[in-house]
Design a binder for this molecule. Structure first.
Ligand SMILES: CC(=O)[C@@H](O)[C@H](O)COP(=O)(O)O
Ligand SMILES: NCC(=O)COP(=O)(O)O
Length: 239
């Protein structure tokens, strides 16, 4: 059965909207774990628009499952990760003006930089995952720079407007899963997944862990964090 990593970024988004102390993503992470989450993900953005350094520091001490830190491949972020030592770092592309992560890392083009950062993280005992589009050139490059995992960006599938487009994106994800396994990489997936669209990706098989945030936090606002996580876990288990 695929595992569920719960991304609590958007609990912090609500907090930052008022610049106050609540709701606390640390509490949300604890509730997600109580409901059965297999890991907790946070994205420490360079602009600190939601998750703050303080959140990551406390989560490192409180998360009982695994902490996955999403971050840009910069010297500042690698320095923070080597101080905090999350279980896993997922390197992601970042643009200041984007609403959310648009597209995967260009590992092929930035292979020297990414290899240097990945080597430093791995020497520090941190598992390294690269957030990539379902694109064979990028997956091969991820293998060449020594990544342990890829996380397949499912955004294009989630945003597909027609059934034909959706089927095409799903086929790309399936090919990417098989290519990752062939190269000996662990394969995770995430971005834009919700209670309606996750089933078809689960059905492909071969995904070790799904990282899901916005839709779970959105549902949690209405039904509570534990219920929202349990609802998503039920879909994964039905798989
Ligand atoms: C990398 C990714 O797909 C997301 O998990 C990421 O966290 C998106 O950033 P926002 O949480 O800021 O939308
Ligand atoms: N890496 C994907 C992630 O952590 C969650 O993305 P989303 O569900 O918030 O779109």
């Amino acid at each position: 059965m695929a595992k569920l990593g719960v991304n609590v970024d958007h609990v912090a988004t609500v907090r930052q909207a008022r610049g106050v102390a609540e709701p606390d993503p640390v509490t949300a992470a604890a509730l997600a774990e109580l409901a059965g989450a297999d890991s907790i993900t946070v994205h420490l953005r360079e602009d600190r628009r939601h998750i703050q350094d303080r959140d990551v520091e406390i989560l490192r001490r409180t998360v009982k499952t695994r902490l996955n830190l999403e971050m840009a491949a910069t010297d500042e972020m690698v320095g923070i990760a080597l101080k905090i030592l999350p279980d896993c770092v997922t390197l992601v592309p970042e643009k200041r003006e984007e609403l959310t992560t648009e597209g995967g890392l260009n590992v092929f083009l930035n292979r020297n930089l990414i290899k240097r950062q990945a080597d430093l993280l791995r020497q520090g005992g941190v598992i390294v995952s690269l957030f990539v589009d379902p694109d064979l050139e990028q997956i091969k490059a991820a293998h060449r720079v020594g990544a342990d995992y890829i996380e397949i960006h499912t955004g294009a599938y989630c945003e597909a407007r027609t059934n034909e487009e959706r089927r095409g994106e799903l086929a790309k994800i399936e090919t990417a899963i098989r290519a990752g396994h062939k190269l000996g990489l662990g394969v995770n997936a995430g971005h834009g997944l919700n209670y309606q669209n996750v089933g078809d990706v689960i059905a492909l098989g071969g995904i070790e862990e799904f990282n899901i945030g916005h839709s779970i936090v959105g549902r949690a606002v209405l039904v509570g964090m534990e219920q929202a996580v349990r609802d998503m876990l039920a879909l994964l288990r039905r798989g």
